[in-house]
Design a protein around this ligand. Structure first.
Ligand code: ZN
Length: 105
């Protein structure tokens, strides 16, 4: 199975349609599911878990999900400098993921 990362691409949500075998990451808790033939969530198979463990986009989501959620819920109470610092952190994680992708691992 080739990992299909369409479910967490940054394209418009309208363009992203669930399909069998696609992987979905819960933004709230980080839980990872796959879509089954009926397009309902099913647990990952062992092979899928092994395959996605080092996927750069999965690693990226793991690294930014918590900080992004935190920023979204608290930004109104933060100083502009703090918001900027946190956004810089997120951008750095995204850039690192891009470099990992191009390095092929
Ligand atoms: Zn969840």
């Amino acid at each position: 199975m080739k990992l299909d990362t369409a479910q967490f691409s940054d394209s418009d949500a309208e363009d992203v349609k669930p399909h069998e075998g696609a992987i979905s990451v819960c933004f709230q808790c980080g839980h990872i599911h796959a879509f089954g033939p009926d397009l309902r969530f099913r647990p990952l198979t062992d092979a899928e878990i092994v395959e996605i463990a080092g996927d750069p986009e999965i690693v990226l989501i793991g690294n930014i999900r918590g900080p992004l959620r935190d920023l979204m819920s608290t930004y109104k109470t933060l100083s502009p400098e703090e918001v900027q610092r946190r956004i810089a952190f997120l951008v750095e994680q995204i850039n690192k993921a891009e470099r990992r992708k191009h390095a092929g691992n």
